[in-house]
Write a protein that binds this ligand. Structure first.
Ligand code: AMP
Length: 121
């Protein structure tokens, strides 16, 4: 599969459409999901062009992989949902059609601020 440069997160990365930023560094951007499914619903994405986690793990540099993983924890601390607070959250990523992925740019969802509930419906 070829990366679609016109997907909505690619447009956000090019600053062509607005978003509510939470965190940014050289490799990662985090912003609020436009359609929050829980009290807190953030997205964490790599800046590189990766379709999903499999694509990322096969093509990204170790530096990018470490940066994305660490950014998840960093964002959880910024949002005050990290395990440090005793609360915790859910981080998940959907892959492909069966995974229910809608936007073909790798993203982790961070859900928190309340009990997240059942893992799979
Ligand atoms: P997924 O189904 O895992 O691909 O999730 C895609 C997510 O992107 C959904 O939760 C959408 O609400 C979210 N989304 C779509 N467009 C935007 C946008 N412009 N800004 C922020 N989040 C968005």
């Amino acid at each position: 599969m070829i990366y679609d440069k016109n997907n909505i997160f690619a447009k956000i990365l090019r600053k062509e459409i607005p978003y509510k930023k939470i965190f940014e560094n050289e490799h990662v951007l985090s912003f609020y999901d436009i359609n929050a499914q829980k009290k807190i619903h953030a997205l964490v994405i790599p800046k590189g062009e990766y379709i999903d986690l499999d694509d990322f793990n096969q093509k990204a540099s170790d530096e990018e992989i470490v940066a994305l993983s660490k950014a998840i924890t960093e964002v959880s601390k910024i949002l005050d949902i990290s395990t440090d607070t005793g609360k915790g959250y859910r981080a998940l990523t959907n892959l492909g059609e069966h995974g229910g992925q809608e936007v073909p740019h790798l993203h982790f969802h961070l859900f928190g601020g309340e009990k997240i509930g059942k893992m799979v419906e």
